[in-house]
Design a protein around this ligand. Structure first.
Ligand SMILES: [Zn+2]
Length: 110
């Protein structure tokens, strides 16, 4: 009864309505370590074993890593954004209009 779809939507909302459409194709055949794609990489239903670099992992785990990897690939390293999350992002409503100068100052202080 739409279980998985519901869960997906629910989790997506939890993640801050960040819906990244990731094509799951080949994620289960792609080596997370070297990105080599081959169906031979799937040693069995449960075991992933890369025929290129020898990387071994739980097949589901490897696939999940690939999906994560794809989801976040379109965003090249923006540097400061990731490291500074949580500090300085909360701006009081009254400070939003003139708070820009403050926030840029904050970013330059390392
Ligand atoms: Zn590999």
């Amino acid at each position: 009864m739409g279980g998985i779809g519901f869960l997906l939507e629910y989790k997506t909302k939890l993640a801050g309505s960040l819906l990244l459409k990731v094509d799951p194709a080949y994620t289960s055949q792609t080596c997370y370590a070297c990105k080599y794609v081959a169906k031979e990489n799937r040693e069995s239903q449960a075991v992933f074993h890369c025929v290129n670099c020898g990387h071994e992992d739980n097949a589901d785990h490897n696939a999940a890593l690939n999906i994560l990897d794809r989801a976040f690939q379109p965003q090249p390293s923006t540097g400061r954004g990731t490291a500074r999350r949580g500090s300085g992002t909360l701006v009081s409503p009254e400070g939003t209009s003139r708070g820009r100068a403050v926030s840029t100052k904050r970013e330059t202080t390392h």
